[in-house]
Design a protein around this ligand. Structure first.
Ligand code: EPZ
Length: 422
């Protein structure tokens, strides 16, 4: 397994290009199942999760061709010849559940393995299933698989999500575009990835209104045609690299970054004392003088502070002047980076969904272990500020969601390298 070595203490300067959003691409790719005409995605990120989704779609009979070094995904689902999403693929990536709604809408049947939990929580999919039942699907759970049927096709309905769920909103939105009649989704998630999905489906001929608000209305249509769609920039990668100059000092311009994708996060980051400037090319973050100030953070569905940036923000708070209280309100076990940060000299007290961080002058480099995708990059950020060398092991977690981390950070002056097979 590879490790990443970081030697802290260098101020950063330069530009980092922001890639297309992993979490948008993982819902845009299953959308190809809704049409027998080609769907092409541009600005796609080169990540292992995208390769896993490619494998899953291919197992269903779809064709996915990676062009321009993976930045373009040319997909065609003209010949779907398998309606079963196998456990072997689904267990590797929970987002596989997002083929359920499109398969059901297009083919009237689908068998999808339950994804199971992951390191950050149980992550049930009950809301996905309740939403599909509301559209008239019948669902049976057998041997860990969801057997879904909609013999007479799906029918539009009004469905209120009991709690905000990004994936469930995406799954039901995709199912509803081919349902007969009108569907109204209430308490829908408002993430930019859902807005991106709705814009892509509209390009394919879907009739959708209200995406980005908590109420989305869909008029079902008989079929969707092909389209080409650019994947929205990755707001989590953007936030991660905005934190790099904040923690290491210096100034970094994140190319392609858009303020509306990260406004709550940017507000919090600015409150720590760093400067954030909207430029013609993206967002520029500069930390001129010494330590940043502590701020309190509470994660929430968009437009609140993203849970996917909580671990990275904690790394910054470990070096801040003061005490910061971080409340993780979305997932039940998303502080696994805390013990690893403490190995670097951080002072963190975790109690349930609350982590209290007392900033220290300097972190010390140490061997640490990545436990999940966002925890892995928070350890790299901490390494940028630490004295000496930090070795982050199990970086396969990182490859799921961040392309070319070493190239991007060394491009702005960080002392970072990937060590194979450690
Ligand atoms: C998406 O996961 C993202 N993944 C996650 O990013 C992100 O953390 C999460 O949304 C929240 O923003 C992708 O888009 C592929 P949810 P998702 O359904 O859809 C509970 C990353 O690091 N829930 O909004 O699975 C659930 O347990 C990943 O890129 C149910 O109870 O998240 C959680 O507590 C990590 N029943 C809360 O809702 C359900 O049927 C929010 O989950 C579904 C969810």
């Amino acid at each position: 397994m590879d490790s990443i070595l970081v030697r802290g203490g260098t101020e950063l300067a330069g530009e980092i290009p922001i890639a297309g959003a992993k979490n948008a691409c993982l819902t845009l790719m299953p959308a190809t199942l809704l049409s027998d005409e080609p769907l092409t995605l541009t600005n796609a990120p080169r990540l292992s999760d995208i390769r896993t989704m490619t494998q899953l779609l291919a197992s269903l009979g779809a064709e996915v061709t990676q062009l321009q070094d993976g930045q373009v995904l040319a997909m065609s689902s003209h010949d779907i010849n398998n309606l079963t999403a196998d456990y072997d693929i689904v267990r590797k990536m929970r987002a596989s559940i997002l083929v359920l709604g499109p398969l059901l809408a297009r083919c009237g049947r689908a068998v999808v393995s339950l994804p199971g939990g992951c390191a950050i929580g149980a992550r049930p999919v009950d809301l996905h299933l309740k939403g599909l039942e509301a559209l008239g699907a019948t669902l049976d759970l057998k041997d860990g698989y969801v057997h879904a049927e909609a013999k007479a096709g799906l029918k539009g309905a009004v469905f209120e999500f009991p709690l905000v769920s990004v994936g469930a909103t995406e799954n039901i939105l995709m199912a509803a575009v081919l349902a007969k009649g009108t569907t109204v989704l209430k308490n829908a998630a408002r993430e930019p990835e859902i807005v991106d999905l709705a814009q892509c489906l509209r390009r394919m001929g879907a009739q959708i209104e209200g995406e980005g608000t908590s109420e989305i209305t869909i008029q079902g249509v008989d079929r969707l045609h092909g389209a080409t769609h650019p994947v929205v920039p990755d707001r989590i990668e953007l936030g991660t690299y905005m934190l790099a100059p904040a923690i290491a000092g210096g100034s970094v311009e994140c190319l392609g970054g858009r303020m509306e994708l990260v406004s709550s996060f940017a507000e919090k980051l600015a409150a720590t004392g760093v400067e954030i400037e909207e430029t013609a090319k993206g967002l520029k973050v500069t930390r001129k003088n010494g330590r940043v100030r502590s701020v309190d953070v509470e994660t929430a569905p968009f437009p609140g502070f993203p849970t996917d940036l909580q671990a990275q923000m904690m790394a910054l708070m470990c070096t801040a002047d003061g005490v910061s209280v971080l409340e993780e309100r979305i997932f039940e076990n998303r502080f696994m980076h805390a013990p690893e940060l403490m190995r670097m000299g951080a002072s963190i007290d975790v109690s349930g969904g609350t982590a209290t961080v007392t900033g220290v002058e300097k972190l010390k480099g140490a061997p640490v272990m990545a436990t999940d995708l966002r925890a892995s990059v928070s350890l790299i950020l901490a390494g940028l500020a630490a004295e000496g060398e930090t070795r982050v092991s199990r970086v396969y977690h990182l490859d799921r969601g961040y392309e070319h981390v070493v190239r991007k950070l060394s491009g702005v002056g960080a002392s970072i390298e990937r060590v194979h097979g450690e």
